[in-house]
Design a protein around this ligand. Structure first.
Ligand SMILES: Nc1ncnc2c1ncn2[C@@H]1O[C@H](COP(=O)(O)OP(=O)(O)OP(=O)(O)O)[C@@H](O)[C@H]1O
Ligand SMILES: [Mg+2]
Length: 299
């Protein structure tokens, strides 16, 4: 059964696409068959994986709006074990067209159903908004991974974001868990980055992944070559960081399997605060980690 993870943050430019592309490649290289779903009309994930604009290519639009079987829109990438459902600018129209459709929040969930047994992981790249595409992504997912850029006011932003996610959780997907909060664009030469990381860890504790994504020029360059960073510069700090993240995500999935049916999702009743909700719903952000956090554990 695939673990479906939406990578979401309504803030733009925080590293969602970079995370989907490079976590996806790292999972596939670790022999976890992975499907990336580009749910953003900007189609940055599609181009970062080496697919330039092509009006003839079938995309998520065909499945979501026109009801074509999802198998027909899947494309193999250059990475063995990594497939993609591409996006293109037509998806902008989808947000409008979805409004009048029946079951509009659950179209993607329904479309993904036949693929559940084919992949170990499905990663969804969400647009930087809370439109119907993001709602569809969250409704179709088991968990949400939230990249947070290590910058001023990050803590404030993440609390609001988790509040919003938890509201959505109540309305469209009560089973949605927090896969983890991921610190991105971390610069260990600045006290600000260190301070932000320390604050997030002390507040969100084990919700924060142990793996931290550094600010790394190779990560920024790789998309223009149409490659994940592992295929562009395997020795870069960026590549190393995403491999570590993949290990944590795999460890989390294995831990969950081990826990099996025993696990009771205690957060489903709608906890009062964002952090409590996040903690209550978490399935453990750092199964492999040393547990550095002093914040809410809730696991
Ligand atoms: N760790 C990093 N180090 C250096 N550059 C990065 C890093 N992560 C992302 N970038 C760069 O920052 C920019 C924004 O990243 P990305 O596209 O992944 O963010 P996003 O959240 O998907 O943006 P959007 O909200 O527009 O979809 C890109 O140019 C990307 O190459
Ligand atoms: Mg993006």
């Amino acid at each position: 059964m695939a673990r479906t993870i939406a990578v979401a943050n309504q803030k733009g430019g925080v590293g969602k696409t970079t995370t989907v592309v490079n976590l996806g490649a790292s999972l596939a290289v670790a022999e976890q068959k992975t499907l990336i779903l580009d749910c953003d009309p900007q189609a940055n994930t599609t181009s970062a994986l080496g697919f330039p604009k092509d009006p003839a290519r079938r995309t998520l639009y065909q499945t979501l709006i026109l009801g074509e079987p999802i198998e027909r829109v899947i494309v193999r990438t250059q990475v063995e074990g990594l497939d993609i459902i591409p996006s293109d600018k037509n998806l902008v129209g989808a947000t409008v067209e979805l409004v009048s459709m029946e079951n509009r929040e659950y179209r993607l969930k329904g479309a993904l159903e036949p693929l559940k047994n084919r992949y170990a992981f499905v990663l969804i790249d969400c647009p930087p908004s809370l439109d119907l595409l993001t709602v569809n992504s969250l409704a179709a997912s088991d968990s949400v991974l939230v990249p947070i850029q290590c910058e001023y006011l990050a803590l404030e932003g993440v609390s609001e974001l988790l509040d919003t996610l938890m509201r959505l959780r109540r309305s469209v997907n009560p089973a949605l868990a927090i896969e983890g909060i991921l610190l991105t664009m971390y610069d260990d030469r600045t006290t600000l980055s260190k301070q932000v990381a320390a604050d997030l860890r002390s507040f969100f504790g084990s919700q924060v992944f142990e793996a931290v994504i550094p600010r790394n020029v190779r990560l920024a360059e790789a998309p223009s070559h149409g490659k994940p960073v592992l295929y562009y510069d395997i020795h870069s700090k960026g590549a190393e960081a995403y491999v570590l993240l993949a290990k944590e995500v795999i460890a989390n999935a294995q831990k969950r399997l081990g826990a099996g049916a025993q696990r009771v999702d205690s957060g489903a009743g709608g906890p009062a605060s964002a952090s409590a909700a996040a903690a209550g719903s978490s399935s453990g952000a750092n199964a492999g980690g040393g547990g550095s956090g002093g914040g809410p554990s809730g696991i």
